[in-house]
Design a protein around this ligand. Structure first.
Ligand SMILES: Cc1ncc(COP(=O)(O)O)c(C=O)c1O
Length: 377
């Protein structure tokens, strides 16, 4: 368990921010790195050609450490949807085959596959919501020989339902299905290893559990797909990009996954902030982050159970994610009360999504429980 790290964040004492799944707060050192990066543009004469590569190299190396792969396998993308579009463009699928997604999967990991199915005549196969909360079993049951691509998350984004990706990865290989992952709601808070899961593509936006800024993310691309087609064609993806005096046309791309980088990937403000945040995650250790957020959630789940709320237990639920549901409808006044008390969670339909991080205190949790007690009585 990690001691509370609130001192690294600019979170006022009267704010109980329990909504990392919406957007994480940028920690002070990452903000400083981003501000310093933005300021570099004030002196463009100091932004020499090498600077277009050093930030990107550092981003790739740090991201690779986080997901246990080679830096060559990392592309720099602006969003999860960009990464998923890259996967959808490159993974083969044909009429008679299917693309597997979860019921109520996040739209950015649904629309690209819906379009791909429409364009190819393939079927979009939707794994029904499992009554027993066991998404892994539900996916494994659906992984039949017709599945060409399984497009999945590690954690279902509203409920926190957890998928065992090591088992699912092995099952995909057995039926010959490609595995494309959206790790946006898990990477940084739930241990993940490319070596263990062996996905074909895996993307994570930086602004949630990677504690980074908005509009940047990492995309893992397995070596077997690295000769594929990027979404964009730009100068910096090409083999001669480092030679600013000689940028004329070449057929050759830069090595590994770099050809899939977004245009203007050398973002001088965003990359240093994203790198600083990922380094902090590595220092804390993702397993410890998971354990720390998980302990707070377990405590909250117990206290909320006394008030009529239920949540799936671990390991079917990811430790960093708690979705509290109760039979009775959630009173309309709850969101207003939470806002007044400066308790930040996501209230959706009949559930309350609570997603703490290492900046949260026991008191933050108690303030949420106090609000729930008021609506329960
Ligand atoms: C599971 C999941 N994936 C991706 C995203 C973000 O997608 P994008 O980067 O395309 O905006 C979110 C945002 O809430 C999400 O919950």
């Amino acid at each position: 368990m990690l001691p509370c790290q609130r001192h690294l964040f600019d979170i006022p004492d009267d704010v109980a921010y329990l909504n990392c799944a919406y957007m994480s707060p940028l920690m002070k050192p990452a903000l400083e790195a981003g501000v310093a990066g933005l300021a570099r543009k004030a002196h463009p004469w100091e932004l020499t050609s090498d600077k277009f590569f050093t930030g990107s190299d550092e981003f790739r190396a740090t991201a690779a450490q986080l997901i246990d792969c080679s830096a060559d396998c990392i592309a720099i993308v602006p969003s999860a949807s960009y990464g998923i579009a890259t996967a959808a463009r490159n993974l083969p699928v044909k009429k008679g085959q299917s693309i597997l997604v979860l019921a109520e999967q996040f739209p950015s990991n649904y629309y690209p596959w819906q379009r791909r199915a429409e364009e190819t005549g393939a079927t979009l196969k939707v794994v029904a919501w499992p009554e027993n909360h066991d998404w892994t079993a539900a996916v494994l049951n659906s992984l039949t020989a017709d599945v060409a691509i399984a497009a999945l998350p590690h954690v279902q984004w509203t409920s926190g339902g957890r998928l065992d990706l090591v088992r699912i990865g092995a099952a995909c290989r057995k039926v010959g299905a490609a595995l494309a992952l959206d790790l946006t709601q898990s990477l940084g808070a739930l241990p993940f290893s490319v070596r263990d899961v062996q996905p074909d593509f895996a993307v994570a936006a930086s602004y949630k559990w990677l504690l980074g800024p908005y509009s940047v993310g990492l995309l893992y691309i397995a070596p077997k797909w690295q000769n594929g087609t990027p979404l964009e064609e730009n100068w910096i993806q090409r083999a001669n990009a480092r030679d600013f005096a000689n940028l004329m046309y070449t057929e050759d791309y830069d090595a590994g996954a770099r050809r899939f980088d977004m245009g203007e990937r050398s973002n001088f403000a965003l990359l240093p902030a994203a790198v600083r945040a990922m380094k902090q995650l590595l220092e804390w250790n993702v397993a410890q982050i998971s354990e720390t957020a998980g302990a707070l959630n377990r405590h909250l789940a117990e206290a909320a159970a006394d008030l009529g709320f239920s949540a799936p237990a671990e390991p079917l639920r990811a430790p960093h994610y708690l979705s509290l549901r109760r039979k009775a409808a959630i009173p309309k006044e709850l969101p207003e009360m939470l806002a007044r008390e400066k308790v930040f969670v996501s209230v959706r339909g009949s559930s309350i999504r609570v997603t703490p991080h290492v900046y949260n205190t026991v008191e933050d949790g108690e303030r949420l429980i106090a609000c729930l007690r008021r609506i329960a009585t």
